[in-house]
Design a protein around this ligand. Structure first.
Ligand code: ADP
Ligand code: MG
Length: 385
């Protein structure tokens, strides 16, 4: 099998007629638990996966920025002096947006040389595994090195987020970029989205004989964006009615009072966020005290909460989760923003194929499209190759 790094180096050289200065890479991520908690200043527990964007870059002696990707079949060019969010569109808004965002964080772009960039990725696009953060993080690390900016990784995560928020226009939190930049092999990143403190937590899946299976339903609902905005609005409404700055400030003990104050729907939205935050803390504690085999029920409970209280699941995700649970998974839940995308299942390694066969069968029986399934391992974050 040829290494994607050789491909990237070769194609870069063909495209730009010179060897790159170097290669950088950054992974996608999966969120183990903590859904719709990030914008409520709560907790998330993602990990970097063994699917990566690999990027080759060379500094130029003028001020041009050129980016190309195997996925896009075009070279997008812009001058560093023209770099404003309004001029950046499509896929190139991700890498070029990072160059712009570095300037917003204090890099003196007027003094920097242009660069040529070529990238390839093994992160599936739009499956909820953050192919976008993989690009942003690899680009941020590469420019940080070549432009000798000296930003630390938490700052580079904020740079990627700013690019995504202001250039791409997606109102996402800091989770994806943090996982991609701070992830470590066999570990998850426990992130406090209020303080932005990040702690690496050992997962020990392989040691415990476990695999994490991704089940990508291939479903993407039109109302995903509207649904996301609507849930954010419900959370804000709940926080306001309860007189707190964000739902991070509401505890399980406050829920009876919240039930008296809020309408039923807002209460259930709030209950999801409050109990989900607690489940993230419980998973972290359980991983430390008992190991990965003991976290299954918390994953299951997370799914029920998203299905019934937050109402962001779809029948395909419910079927994937229920079928995994009924066929030997220790725990399963939908992952990501909801309304489609992927589910995850934690499964003893020798039982993974049984779960896959069962899910394929169940989807066929229901007349659903065939899902894509693959295991992921927790991997190191962004790196210079
Ligand atoms: P995801 O869940 O995969 O992050 P997003 O919608 O946030 O989904 O980001 C996907 C977008 O990122 C793509 O539509 C494309 O614009 C960009 N992208 C992802 N991977 C690549 C790639 N290999 N080359 C070019 N652009 C990419
Ligand atoms: Mg994304």
């Amino acid at each position: 099998m040829t290494d994607i790094r050789d491909d990237v180096r070769e194609t870069f050289t063909e495209l730009y007629g010179a060897e790159p200065d170097g290669l950088w890479s950054a992974p996608g991520r999966v969120n183990l638990i903590g859904e719709h908690t990030d914008y409520n200043e709560g907790f998330v527990l993602p990990f970097a996966i063994n699917r990566r964007t690999v990027l080759a870059l060379q500094a130029r002696d003028d001020r041009r920025l050129r980016v190309a990707s195997a996925f896009a079949d075009e070279v997008v060019e812009i001058d560093l002096d023209e770099l404003v969010p309004e001029l950046l569109h499509g896929w190139s808004a991700y890498p070029l947006g990072v160059a712009w965002a570095l300037g917003q964080f204090g890099a003196d772009l007027a003094a920097m040389p242009g660069v040529d960039v070529y990238l390839e990725s093994t992160v599936p696009i739009g499956a909820g595994l953050s192919s976008s953060a993989a690009i942003e993080s690899s680009m941020a690390l590469a420019l940080n090195d070549v432009w000798q900016l000296g930003f630390d990784r938490p700052t580079l995560a904020k740079v990627g987020q700013l690019a995504e928020n202001r250039v791409v226009g997606a109102p996402t939190g800091i989770m994806d970029q943090s996982a991609s930049l701070l992830g470590q092999k066999d570990s998850a990143v426990f992130l406090d989205c209020r303080s932005l403190d990040a702690e690496v937590i050992a997962l020990g899946f392989a040691e415990a004989g476990l695999e994490l299976l991704i089940i990508d339903t291939g479903v993407s609902h039109d109302h995903a964006t509207g649904g996301y905005a609507d849930r954010r609005a419900s959370c804000e409404k709940g926080a306001k009615a309860l007189g707190v700055e964000s739902l991070r400030d509401v505890s399980i003990d406050d829920l009876p009072r919240a039930k008296d104050v809020l309408d039923d729907e807002t209460f259930r939205r709030v209950r999801h966020v409050v109990t989900e935050n607690q489940r993230v803390l419980d998973v972290v504690r359980t991983l430390r005290e008992q190991g990965a085999t003991a976290i299954g029920q918390l994953l299951d409970a997370s799914h029920v909460s998203m299905r019934d209280d937050f109402e962001i699941s779809v029948p395909e995700l419910d079927l994937a989760v229920e079928t995994a649970q009924a066929n030997g998974a220790l725990g399963a839940r939908m992952t990501g923003g909801g309304f489609g995308g992927a589910a995850i299942a934690l499964i003893p390694s020798d039982g993974v194929s049984r779960v896959q066969v069962a899910i394929d069968g169940a989807f066929a029986e229901h007349g659903y499209g065939q899902p894509t399934m693959f295991s992921v391992t927790a991997s190191d974050g962004a790196a210079r190759e």
